[in-house]
Unconditional design. Structure first.
Length: 260
């Protein structure tokens, strides 16, 4: 089996991906800004690396066959990716896998533009590469709804739909890609349902046993125009099987606690 390095190994996706790679028999290294302090597992090595300036990166990448780049931050993603690509080239990495977002080339949101730029860096790296775009994870949708539900009146963007996907299913797909040959830009991956934002908010509040007044809000601008056109969803690739309602039910354990 191969040695695979996962950046962002302690993040939402990284925590789901690492066990799958270990179960497949790979030797796994993880990168995060803080060293691993949990129970050690065979074939898992953790490195404290700051991708923004590359500190400790050369040691972590040495002898690695495949890098899966899951790390992401509101700022500095392009610089971090540049550091990673340079180190991977120097170390002779064979395969660079990057997780991106559906619509990064069509939704003019700053964070999306950065993700698209990182896609370009990966494709032009000179390494074998694979890019997978997915829709939003269930966890993100829940956090967004909970943030808005702090007020008694919840504004809900009109005409916007989302296609939430289970992070565990994305981890399954990413592990498959990391174990295979470089494939370039592969088919997008979305959850099983495309749902209106209003329905997602209502479903989350109901699961948490909370009542709120929902007020439709029409938001102007190119970004929200793109979202209303559905540039952020991929109904032809509704490959996930776990619904958002399933996620809420599992999280609450049958109790009205999901949105508290």
């Amino acid at each position: 089996m191969t040695t695979i390095l996962v950046t962002g190994g302690t993040g939402t996706l990284g925590r789901a991906l690492v066990p799958r790679l270990l179960e497949a028999g790979h030797d796994v290294r993880t990168l995060s800004r803080r060293p691993h302090t949990g129970t050690e597992r065979p074939r898992l090595t953790s490195y404290a690396v700051d991708l923004r300036d590359g500190t400790g990166l050369a040691e972590a990448v040495a002898g690695v066959d495949t890098v899966v780049h899951c790390a992401s931050a509101p700022k500095g993603d392009t610089e971090a990716a540049g550091q990673l690509v340079e180190a991977a080239r120097a170390a002779g990495v064979r395969h660079l896998v990057y997780i991106s977002i559906v619509g990064v080339d069509r939704v003019p949101l700053g964070y999306y533009r950065t993700k698209h730029e990182v896609e370009r860096l990966v494709a032009e790296s000179g390494l074998g590469w694979t890019v997978l775009r997915t829709t939003q994870f269930h966890d993100l949708v829940l956090r967004l709804v909970k943030a808005g539900a702090r007020l008694p009146v919840v504004p809900v963007p009109s005409g916007i739909r989302l296609q939430p996907v289970d992070v565990r299913e994305v981890a399954d797909r990413l592990a498959e890609l990391a174990s295979g040959e470089p494939a370039g830009r592969v088919a997008d991956m979305g959850g099983p349902e495309v749902l209106a934002a209003r329905d997602l908010v209502r479903e989350t509040l109901r699961a948490g046993g909370r009542r709120r007044l929902l007020v439709p809000l029409w938001l102007p601008g190119k970004t929200f125009g793109a979202l209303r056109r559905g540039e952020n969803v991929t109904p032809r690739h509704a490959d996930g099987t776990a619904r958002y309602a399933d996620f809420l039910a599992k999280r609450s354990g049958g109790k009205a606690a999901a949105a508290r």
